[in-house]
Design a protein around this ligand. Structure first.
Ligand SMILES: Cc1cc2nc3c(=O)[nH]c(=O)nc-3n(C[C@H](O)[C@H](O)[C@H](O)COP(=O)(O)OP(=O)(O)OC[C@H]3O[C@@H](n4cnc5c(N)ncnc54)[C@H](O)[C@@H]3O)c2cc1C
Ligand code: FES
Ligand code: FES
Length: 1399
């Protein structure tokens, strides 16, 4: 057997070889003409014999975490994720999106492959994997690799100890992606790691700590850090003087919840994460592949399996003949292997396929056959298999023969994430005929051919040319035809193929536009003999540009031919201005830019071959290079603890999130991980499909008649208050007479299962009468004066006088798009009626349990003392789990009250995005005033407070003598927006910084110079007359300039930009001054309750909700300091409204400030009570004091209370003290931009923050990095799109992109300012949850800086429009290259755009 060095998971499908003999052949570089089956680890396998055609009703045998599972008659609609979570009670894998887009559900799927006699391991998304496909497979979940009870697995330990788990909801998925990588490649490269994690999203951490934790697997610093072979437990001798060796120093790494603090020092300073004493990678810890499955697979006895569910019949045949026969009888039945398209259809589009053929065990579809003419790849091969096969051929065939192969590989490297590539098939991709399929344009340009077979037509070969794709989702295939294989020809002499792709995110995102281009030059000349160009993303299907090609064919490759081709291309690839998907000008520009790139590439090639003499100009060369991608070491610096601080005292020291290990092992319990209770029902919401309409009738009879449906809940069922009041305005829980946005909740269906509830909801028929006067945009709201009161205004100095003295007057505007919270855990709750005196136990994911408690009580018309809210932990919130969660909890409670049964509500990602609102889009206009118009949506929610906060922060760091701001919350017919990390500040400050940037552009000076000139200095007053000292802000500024060597780099950047025409670098230095605390005084209070038990263990209860920000860890540290005991004695179980009543929301970066003081107070009381005992027995131990205290009848339970600051804002007088203090920070970012695609990479980020004396630097740095990354998403990537009738298009990670691993700055340095104090908060710390989000704007302004350089090359100077988010579309178009300027722009108003502008 010849192993060609391919590693890694290749396919989860194992077409068993049947009873015939199996031979394993070694391949030659030239050709392998034998019939080859499967393709694994670079080995081609030959088989003979036929599959058995026995019929068998569905019986599955598979293993989960080493345990055998036998399932009969499983419903084909059952996916592995709910099966694991609900049926097997393995809740480690999480639901994040249900559509393959987030990776939270990642598990490892292993199969034995007879032909290679090896087991292949693949990371897969359990949410898209039908259980019917599991026969013969072994599934490993996060629970199967290690636990805190037994032994952690190093991948679990390292993500936790490196602080890579905050809310933890993404962590099991990350762990499993990394685990699978290590199973396939124990010593991965950094590239392997980033690739393995590309399909996993995290909304909290910013990914840097995850990468740092996992980087340890590819480093070789000492034996304990090493992976695999070099690890000290893997049999290598242990060096005698290696004191770090975990085997020698007596420590037992990673066994228990090791969250005790130890000082990890680096150059004498504390460091965040100690890479010593980590568990070594120990392959003996891994579960073995079940021998029974090997025997089962080797026996080759396979029979057709049929599974019949409630709505779908699923047939899994074992021979091609059978598939052909089935397809002839059921031509409408889809062929499902990967299920990455059909699965989404069924789940999200409600398309029902009553009959499904799943040929995962049909060998003919997995054959890879190499011939001298090219390679034939089975249509059933997964993308990973295709990739491995092509990589193998590229390694072995002469370079000139593999042009198509390499172009395909380029696309395959970017196609989706690993989990999707491991299951999605080549045939599925082709036949699905997505308009933006990455493979089809290359296959078409590359003269590839598809072999199909049917009963009626037999076998035929179809060229994948311009006629092949006939429309959206349609190809030339007849309904009864099955794609068997794709033939990829070797390339001929003088032939070159290239692929192009631009996507909203560099990885794991469907392309906006892609292309495949092939040229063949006349022998030894630059004259074009053949040219073939295909684009994706510019029409309903892959389209060819044959007229453009004709324009060039026959001419020498050069400027002249190209210049003639552009207008033809623009005419040929016509996108109407209202084309679905929008971005019309950008997409059209990309078609030109890709052709231009192809031109440059070929020009370089021809010069290399000596066919033409003019080599590519120096400044053009970088246009062909990829953006930088190599990570550099990142630094995190923070203050040491004060000299003399006892070693036991954890305050100020980095300490792992107290639940990180439980999160990494899947043991951490989130709301929907709670077991099903007796008789429990599931609730599904019915939402409005109209933006503004009267409800004429609601017919629920069809829903009630459906199986499993128990009841329909309407507003009439609410026993108490039917609305919630926010900011003095009522918001209906369920619409009764009128709806005012698409997505407004109208009624709810409860049923025995989630699918039944969903089907019930779909069956409710609501008759509407459309109302006129729709308002969607802020401009429409301004015109119609549609605002929520009060409008706010504030002025410093005298703006009118200021204008008279000004040298320049500049006016402009900036639009800032909204932002979806995209917490990884969707809104979840479980309401359990106790059955006595109206008591309700409510388990939910909220930042404001007291609000939920009081609201539920009012809704049910019962006293608050009957409702207990429990919050164990929240899988991310970011402001989105306050008001909206409260409303959802009230509705769920009504259902529980009415049915007298427990009711669970877990929103699907799409529902969550539709219903729960987002960050406010804001239009900022500036001239005499700065006017802020926030799109509030259909209800007030907290919008009036948000627009007020906007005016409190619009000065940012600047002492502008004359300034005036006005703000308004616009009432529109879009879903109601709500709080989001920063509460309006990220929007208002972007406007301020844009003004400064415009001034700089106007004056032709670096923006940082203008910023510095205008900063507050010395004892200062804000525009609302609050005194403060900006010294630390200025220190951050100076330190950031120094740390980032800004002066030198400005020079380097200028040089770079001078020498590169279409790659530009930009830099920005941006400050923030962020007020901490609530300007509504009562919200600053907090309480705690601390119990000491007789064994000395301590239970801390406080009002803060743990949502990843680490509040419980910090409270544990506070209690540890105050009681002088190790943190291991202190436990925090949950946030509970009966333990600590009347709590305030965990928000405004104020949770630790308030709750910390309350916990401190309680602990001080207790410690004081122990004083007489301590005096008698000063040496303790602690446990003996407690025992004695109990015997002496000293109460071991105490409440703590913190009254908080009396903050206020008097809007009449325009003055106040709305904040307790300010947190300061400065960030410097440098980006490199590809002006032809708008893609960019953040090369380096340096951030300096004054957060006082951090209680826990690892947690605070985590907050800074996570918030910054969320800010980068807000300002450069995340786009909410609404249709002209107010329907949200972007309802999942497929359409809405948040930053992923590929967006981490290549160097990411954080410095916490040293020598700072803060007398206004606990232990001199400062709040930090929100401030860093705005500093994501430094990437926005760095991009703008790069764009300005490109515009200067295009002869443009001065301020220009640059709206947020600065997506690739915005950046590319703003560069205004000669090609972009060719794209005709349709006059606004002359057409209806696909999406509306919400700000
Ligand atoms: C999260 C996510 C990200 C993605 N990103 C990308 C991307 O970046 N680029 C890209 O190009 N694609 C992307 N895709 C699309 C993905 O590549 C396709 O969904 C996949 O290739 C379809 O293959 P499948 O085996 O899963 O098809 P299935 O869902 O199993 O079937 C899809 C369709 O193809 C038909 N079909 C399948 N096999 C055959 C056959 N042998 N003969 C006849 N008909 C057949 C079926 O009848 C069905 O109609 C993404 C998908 C997801 C879910
Ligand atoms: S839940 Fe499966 S990928 Fe998101
Ligand atoms: S820790 Fe990754 S989503 Fe919260």
């Amino acid at each position: 057997m010849q192993r060609l060095g391919l590693q890694g998971p290749l396919t989860p499908w194992a077409p068993g070889p049947g009873p015939g003999t199996v031979q394993v052949s070694s391949r030659t570089a030239q050709t392998d003409e034998k019939e080859a089956l499967g393709y694994s680890n670079g080995v081609v396998v030959v088989t003979q014999g036929k599959m058995s055609g026995n019929q068998e009703s569905g019986c599955l045998t598979f293993y989960v975490n080493g345990k055998k599972v036998t399932e009969r008659d499983v419903d084909p609609e059952t996916m592995l994720l709910p099966y694991l979570r609900k049926r097997m009670r393995l809740t480690g894998a999480k639901y994040g999106c249900g559509g393959g887009g987030c990776g939270a559900c990642t598990v490892m799927l292993s199969r034995y492959q007879v032909h290679s006699r090896s087991v292949v391991h693949c990371a897969v998304n359990a949410c898209l994997l039908p259980v019917c496909q599991l026969h013969g497979a072994a599934v490993t979940t996060v629970e199967g690799i290690g636990s805190t009870k037994t032994k952690l697995h190093p991948v679990q330990e390292r993500i936790a100890k490196a602080h890579g788990s905050q809310c933890g909801f993404c962590t099991p998925g990350m762990v499993m992606s990394m685990y699978t990588l290590l199973r396939n490649k124990p010593q991965p490269t950094m590239e392997d790691i980033t690739e393995a994690l590309a399909g996993n999203l995290c909304r909290c951490t910013g990914y840097r700590p995850i990468l740092d934790g996992y980087k340890t697997f590819c480093e070789s610093s000492n034996c304990c850090q090493n992976s695999g072979a070099k690890s000290c437990s893997s049999g290598n001798s242990i060096s005698e003087n290696n004191s770090n060796c975990c085997q020698q120093n007596g420590k037992e790494p990673g066994r228990a919840n090791g969250n005790e603090v130890t000082d990890d020092l680096e150059n004498g300073h504390l460091k965040l994460f100690n890479i010593d004493n980590l568990l070594p990678l120990d392959p003996t810890q891994d579960l073995i592949f079940p021998p029974e499955l090997i025997r089962m697979t080797e026996s080759g006895l396979q029979a057709t399996q049929t599974f019949r569910g409630e709505r779908i019949t699923w047939v899994s045949p074992v021979s091609l003949d059978e598939v052909v026969d089935l397809k002839s009888r059921h031509p409408e039945a889809p062929i499902v292997i990967g299920n990455t398209n059909i699965g989404l259809d069924i789940k999200f589009k409600g398309i029902l396929h009553p009959f499904i053929i799943s040929p995962t065990r049909v060998p003919d579809l997995f054959v890879v056959k190499n011939t001298p003419q090219g390679v034939s790849v089975g249509a059933g091969c997964s993308m990973s298999v295709v990739r491995a096969a092509l990589e193998d051929l590229v390694r072995t065939l002469p370079l000139g023969q593999t042009e198509v192969h390499r172009a395909l590989l380029q696309q395959l490297g970017n196609l989706a994430g690993q989990q999707i590539r491991n299951v999605a098939t080549l045939g599925g991709n082709i036949v699905s005929a997505y308009p933006n399929s990455d493979l089809n344009p290359v296959l078409a340009a590359g003269n590839c051919r598809l072999t199909v077979v049917s009963k009626a037509g037999g076998r035929r070969e179809i060229p994948m040319n311009k006629d092949f794709f006939v429309g959206f989702g349609k190809t030339l295939l007849n309904p009864d035809e099955i794609a068997v294989s794709v033939f990829i020809p070797i390339s001929r002499k003088g032939e070159f193929v290239r692929a192009f792709r631009q996507a909203p995110r560099k990885e794991n995102a469907l392309a906006t536009v892609n292309a495949g281009m092939r040229v063949r030059f006349h022998d030894g000349s630059s004259v074009v003999d053949e040219l073939s160009i295909f684009y994706g993303g510019v029409g309903p299907c892959t389209v060819g540009a044959s007229k453009t090609c004709q324009q060039i064919i026959g001419r020498p490759w050069g400027e002249e031919a190209l210049t003639a081709a552009y207008p033809v291309l623009l005419e040929e690839i016509l996108l109407p201005p209202s084309a679905p998907g929008g971005k019309v000008a950008f997409r059209r520009a990309l078609t030109l830019n890709f052709l231009f790139k192809f031109f440059l590439q070929m020009q370089q090639k021809l010069a290399e071959m000596g066919i033409i003499t003019d080599d590519l100009e120096q400044d053009m060369r970088s246009s062909l290079e990829a953006l930088p991608n190599d990570f550099l070491p990142s630094y995190q610096e923070f203050q040491d603890v004060l000299e003399g601080q006892p070693g036991q005292d954890p305050v100020g020291r980095p300490m792992m999130h107290r639940s990180a290990l439980s999160q990494a092992t899947g043991e951490a319990v989130y709301c929907d991980d709670m077991p099903k209770t007796e008789g429990e029902l599931f609730l599904s919401l019915v939402t409005s499909t109209k933006a503004h309409a009267k409800i004429l009738n609601m017919d629920v009879s069809a829903a009630l008649a459906l199986p499993g449906v128990v009841d329909v809940i309407t507003a009439r069922d609410i026993p108490g208050k039917k609305f919630r009041m926010f900011c003095g305005m009522n918001e209906e829980l369920l619409a009764e007479k009128e709806v005012t946005c698409v997505g407004q909740m109208v009624c709810a269906v409860v049923a025995d299962t989630k699918p039944h509830a969903k089907r019930g909801a779909a069956a409710v028929k609501i008759t509407y009468e459309d109302q006129p006067e729709l308002v969607f945009t802020v401009e429409e709201a301004i015109e119609k004066k549609s605002f929520f009161e009060p409008l706010r205004e504030i002025e410093r100095g005298n703006v009118s006088e200021g204008f008279k003295m000004a040298d320049h007057i500049h006016e402009g505007e900036i639009r800032i798009g909204g932002q979806e919270h995209f917490y990884m855990e969707t809104q979840s709750m479980l309401v359990i009626p106790v059955g006595e005196e109206g008591e309700m136990n409510v388990y939910l994911s909220t930042q404001h349990p007291a609000m939920a408690q009081d609201s539920i009580a009012e809704t049910l018309d019962i006293p608050s003392n009957r409702v207990t809210c429990h919050i164990k932990r929240i899988g991310g919130a970011f402001g989105g789990k306050v008001t909206k969660t409260t409303i959802l909890a009230c509705i769920t409670a009504v259902a529980a009250w009415k049915t007298e049964r427990s009711v669970r509500l877990v929103l699907e990602r799409g529902e969550d995005m539709l219903i729960t609102g987002a960050r406010h889009p804001v239009l900022g206009q500036y001239k005499a005033d700065v006017k802020y118009y926030a799109n509030a949506g259909n209800t007030a929610d907290e919008s009036p407070l948000i627009v007020a906060k906007i005016l409190l922060h619009f000065d940012n760091a600047y002492n502008i003598p004359n300034m005036r701001g006005r703000s308004a919350a616009c009432k529109t017919n879009l879903p109601s927006n709500t709080a989001f990390r920063g509460f309006g500040v990220p929007q208002c400050m972007l406007v301020t910084e844009s003004i400064i940037n415009d001034v700089a552009l106007k004056l032709g000076r670096p923006a940082e110079e203008i910023r510095e000139l205008n900063m507050y200095r010395g004892s200062s007053l804000t525009h609302y007359k609050m005194p403060f000292d900006p010294e630390n802000m200025l220190r951050c500024w100076e330190e950031c300039k120094r740390r980032s060597s800004i002066q030198r780099r400005r020079g380097d950047i200028a040089q770079f930009n001078q020498h590169n025409r279409f790659k530009k670098r930009g830099l920005a230095l941006v400050p923030i001054k962020y007020g901490i605390g609530f300007d509504i005084a009562f919200l600053n209070q907090a309480a705690a309750l601390v119990h000491i038990f007789q064994d000395g263990s301590v239970l801390v209860n406080h009002g803060g909700a743990e949502m990843g920000q680490g509040i419980h860890t910090k409270m544990q540290q506070v209690a540890s300091r105050e009681l002088r005991i190790p943190t291991s004695l202190i436990h925090i179980s949950e946030t509970n409204t009966h333990m600590v009543p009347n709590t305030c929301p965990s928000a405004a970066s104020f949770g630790t400030d308030a709750n910390g003081m309350a916990v401190k107070d309680a602990c001080e009381t207790l410690y004081k009570r122990l004083e007489p005992i301590r005096k008698r027995n000063p040496e303790g131990p602690w446990q003996s004091w407690i025992k004695a205290a109990f015997l002496e009848k000293i109460s071991l339970s105490a409440t703590g209370y913190y009254r908080g600051h009396d903050l206020y804002m008097d809007w009449e007088k325009q003055e106040g003290q709305p904040y307790a203090y300010f947190t300061y920070g400065v960030c410097c970012c440098e980006v490199e931009l590809d002006c032809l695609t708008g893609d960019y990479r953040t090369i380096r980020t340096d951030m300096v923050f004054d957060i006082g004396r951090s209680i826990n630097p690892s947690i605070d740095i985590g907050q800074i990095e996570g918030a910054f990354t969320q800010g980068v998403g807000l300002y450069t990537m995340e786009e909410l799109k609404f249709s002209p009738s107010g329907v949200l298009y972007t309802r999942g990670p497929g359409q809405y992109k948040i930053p992923a691993v590929c967006d981490v700055p290549l160097q990411f340095n954080i410095y916490l300012l040293r020598g700072t104090q803060n007398p206004h908060a606990i232990y001199s710390s400062k709040g930090i949850g929100e401030p860093a989000l705005f500093l994501g704007s430094s990437v926005f302004f760095a991009l703008k800086d790069a764009v300005a350089a490109a515009r200067s090359d295009a002869g443009l100077s001065g301020p220009f429009e640059f709206h947020s988010p600065a997506t690739p579309e915005t950046a590319c178009l703003a560069c205004a290259s000669h090609l972009t300027q060719m794209v005709p722009i349709s006059k606004p108003g002359s057409f209806q755009p696909w999406a509306i502008e919400t700000p």
